[in-house]
Design a protein around this ligand. Structure first.
Ligand code: SF4
Ligand code: SF4
Length: 136
């Protein structure tokens, strides 16, 4: 059975330049589509991938990634903003790899465009009043 999943890969600094993802094609018969790639302020690599292939190959590919030290997160969760807690401080703006936050030029309030959110979770720790919440 062919499956297709969207996942977030977190690469520690020592792995950022290694050709890890290309081995998923060569050794595990998987196809991938990079939806987003960036380096966080802590120099961790972050890549949002859509991975497609046979379930068995997919499981082996994920196992390989985990063994190399890549942290994998699925995107089945939902990140929302608790509007009552948000102080519009703006700390989330540069953290978000997909640009889901922006300052309204008139009101100076920080808007959250949840349709852009890929649920990577980076804003959750970065938000001082803990306004960003993950819902499973
Ligand atoms: S970091 Fe938190 S409090 Fe600050 S603007 Fe973003 S969601 Fe609001
Ligand atoms: S979880 Fe937060 S940082 Fe990640 S994409 Fe969504 S809004 Fe941006």
């Amino acid at each position: 059975m062919v499956i297709s999943k969207r996942i977030v890969l977190h690469f520690p600094q020592r792995l950022v330049d290694r050709p890890i993802v290309s081995r998923l094609v060569r050794d595990y018969n998987l196809e991938f589509n990079i939806l987003k790639a960036s380096v966080t302020p802590e120099e961790e690599g972050l890549m949002v991938l859509e991975l497609t292939g046979e379930q068995e190959d997919y499981d082996k590919g994920i196992n390989y990634l985990t063994k190399t030290g890549v942290r994998i997160q699925s995107l089945s969760q939902d990140v929302i903003r608790n509007e009552e807690r948000c102080t519009h401080c703006g700390a989330c703006i540069t953290i978000c790899p997909t640009g889901a936050f922006e300052v309204d030029p008139i009101t100076r309030l920080v808007n959250f465009h949840d349709e852009k959110c890929l649920a990577c979770g980076l804003c959750i720790k970065a938000c001082p009043p803990r306004a960003m919440e993950v819902h499973f």
